[in-house]
Write a protein of this length. Sequence first.
Length: 191
Amino acid sequence: MSRKMLRGAVVATLLAVTFSACQKASEPAPKGATPAAGNSSAAGTAACQPKAKPANFDFTLKDLHGKEMHLSELKGKVVLLDFWATWCGPCKMEIPGFVELYDKYKAQGFEIVGLLTQDDVANAPAFIEKFKMNYQVLDANDQTALEDAYGPLFGLPTSFLISKDGLVCRTHIGFSPKEQFEKEIQALLAL
């Protein structure tokens, strides 16, 4: 094997490990989940995947200031629910794209809710400031019913795109690029 090919193989392996750093490799991904690198061939071709299930909005969570938010307030909007943690490398890669997408599409009825999990809430304020997170962040720690409703969570980040009519249309496990999310959001917003 030439040095160039060997170097390419090493780089590819390192990238794969980096992108799936927060994903548990021992568990299979659920049916319909987008691969960790976000290379779903069906993305953008249909607004919702076949057999999309209804989203469960019957939860009340607290924001970082202790104020309650009812997820049912999100009904009728295109919603991105993102399970994340401050220690998660792929989360740090995705969040700047979410900030841009929220700025771009919030006026059209798009909402993002960051669900902090497997992390101390005390770590969140500095992280939110550093990454200029402009969307709602809620404490999802110890919310097993919430994780069961949308999960199981095989790793972080795990994100769910929900249509205006309340269907979980897309699931992303691990890092997915902003462009992937944008295609799906535009399809759900019918732009």
